[in-house]
Design a protein around this ligand. Structure first.
Ligand code: IDP
Ligand code: MG
Length: 160
């Protein structure tokens, strides 16, 4: 029930100065930050993270997007955190993401626009899609020693 999930604030989110805003949403929801760091990934690493997309036609735009600057990577922990964080992120194309979601509130571009321009959809964050991906992605981004186990004020309300 208590899950860990990987979140990346992508380079567009970092460059737009949205690290605080986005992180605060997760903290306010009561999710625990179990790990956090800033990383500028290269193309080789991007291919590992986005292995499922490497052969797709939008991959070159996606690779340019994820390598254009540093990302803030974090592991968030909480009750059914994987699906919760996906819900808070909103759908992949910000145009369809409802207000109240991160992608819906802070971005607006559509699949159509990105495809016509040949660019990756700038949608601010990545969030693991399911349990299998979360496990794989957390291992890819963080060493065991970087993931912390500690008590937070939310534990009182969540664990009891
Ligand atoms: P997700 O990030 O919501 O899980 P995925 O389908 O896994 O969405 O795609 C990974 C990332 O690739 C998206 O967040 C977006 O930045 C980009 N992307 C996905 N589909 C397209 C597309 O059709 N055109 C351009 N970029 C895309
Ligand atoms: Mg995905």
């Amino acid at each position: 029930m208590i899950e860990k999930t990987l979140v990346l604030i992508k380079p567009d989110g970092v460059q737009r100065g949205l690290v605080g805003e986005i992180t605060q949403r997760f903290e306010k929801a009561g999710l625990k930050i179990a790990a956090m760091k800033m990383v500028w990934v290269d193309k080789k690493f991007a291919k590992k993270h986005y292995a499922e997309h490497v052969d797709k036609k939008f991959y070159s735009g996606l690779e340019s997007l994820i390598t254009m600057g540093p990302v803030v990577a974090m592991v968030l922990e909480g009750v059914e955190a994987i699906s919760l964080v996906r819900k808070m992120a909103g759908s992949t194309d910000p145009k369809s993401a409802p207000p109240g979601t991160i992608r819906g509130d802070y971005a607006h571009i559509s699949y159509d626009y990105a495809d016509k321009k040949g660019i990756g959809i700038k949608n601010l964050i990545h969030a693991s899609a399911n349990e299998k991906d979360a496990e794989k992605e957390i291992k890819l981004w963080f060493g065991k020693e970087e993931i912390h186990s500690y008590s937070s004020v939310h534990d009182v309300h969540i664990l009891k």
